[in-house]
Design a protein around this ligand. Sequence first.
Ligand code: GRG
Length: 279
Amino acid sequence: MSNIAQLKQQIEEHMCSFLEKLEAPNALKKSMLYSVTSGGKRIRPLIILLGLQDLGIPVQQGLEVACAIEMIHTYSLIHDDLPAMDNDEYRRGKLTNHMVFGEDTAILAGDALLTHAFGMILNAKDLENQKKVRILKEMVKAIGASGMVGGQILDMYYTANIPSVKELQEIHHLKTQELIRLCYFIVGEIADLHAASKSMLDLLSHHVGMAFQILDDLADFEIQNSSDQLLKKATYPSILGKTVALEMYHNHKKEALKLARELFVNTDSSVLIERILHV
Ligand code: GRG
């Protein structure tokens, strides 16, 4: 099994054992576990663990934080799929959480995953308290009203109003890239990198986040009657055209790989970027 596959398995096992041990009503646990185990690529926790490994830091120091970030990502997807948001019936080829457990339970499963993410970081065994505080502060910024949730409301607003390119960038920056930025921030914090390397990680997260979003938009552009198209959502190819969007994607990917090669001695972080951004 490859190193990346092994780490992915470690992430899955840790999240499952954490949720199975959780003292909570069974109906809620089942709904949380359903979405956590429904086959995500685990990009965000892998960014953290591979980044640490490539810098020579034991992955154990970041395992709980990495799983917490995946729980936050899962909560955001459960809520994004709800009838009041994108109203999606399927995700990752499976019925969405509210289709299986009902809207009420799906909302609460998302709430519980978000809350437990904070608990997981607070209780992380191999992480110093000072680092936990710095990570939690940045996490609040990245996922709350001035981050992912803020991006989601802008996304809703611009479903009825066409955004400019600058406005589209702002939506995606908040909705998608802030969580990716947080993952690279966590690597820098746990590995105690100096300010210059932290700035490089920040720039790396920008390029990975941009290329990731444009690629997602390009894939959606090719699907007839996708949910973005049905909801008349603005995307990079719909606003700029496919050729320009493709060129932007290639440029961001190239810059991301250049920075990853400069930052990390080992190459698995670059392998992961190649995999995330594979057309
Ligand atoms: C509801 C608070 C709230 C936020 C929702 C993340 C998000 C904000 C919405 C998801 C919708 C979406 C398609 C966003 C674009 C980013 C993206 C491609 C997310 C999917 O991430 P992957 O590919 O998913 O990592 P998997 O399934 O692999 O976990």
